[in-house]
Design a protein around this ligand. Structure first.
Ligand code: FES
Length: 142
């Protein structure tokens, strides 16, 4: 076998092997995609979300035009709501959703559903926005 062909086939083999090892690692990192994101706008520092959205589930994600980070809005059993900015408090990376909170893939910080730090290097809880209800709308003040 020619030297060039040998090196090329060897590199292909190594890449396939590395991909085969990385795929299970990616699957096991425990992050899930946000199933649906409600897209809206900001007006006078307020974001409005229809309460009917929570008929689809108690955790919803909101993306306001012009805002870099999504907001996770959780409906609680007592019909109160919390809105968390999905921005890592370590170095501002967008967070991913896990089964029981949020995870930053940049350096591995983890936050619980209430935004509290479960694992560093982040030291501060996620930013939580004030939420009010106005008739059939949830109003998030940013
Ligand atoms: S930016 Fe999130 S852990 Fe560093």
């Amino acid at each position: 076998m020619e030297r060039r062909k040998f090196i090329r086939s060897g590199c292909t083999f190594c890449l396939l092997g590395a991909a085969g090892m990385l795929l299970p690692m990616l699957e096991s990192c425990g992050t899930t995609q946000k199933t649906a994101v409600y897209k809206t706008t900001v007006k006078d520092n307020k974001i409005e979300v229809p309460l009917s959205l929570f008929a689809q589930g108690t955790l919803q994600f909101v993306r306001a035009k012009g805002q870099y980070y999504d907001i996770a809005v959780q409906q609680h059993e007592d019909n109160t709501y919390t809105a968390l900015l999905l921005r890592c408090t370590h170095m501002d990376n967008q967070l991913n959703v896990t089964g029981n909170g949020y995870r930053c893939n940049q350096h591995g910080s983890e936050f619980d559903k209430d935004g509290n730090v479960k694992k560093g290097p982040a030291e501060h809880a996620l930013k939580q926005y004030n939420v009010t209800i106005d008739n059939d709308k949830l109003v998030i003040t940013i």
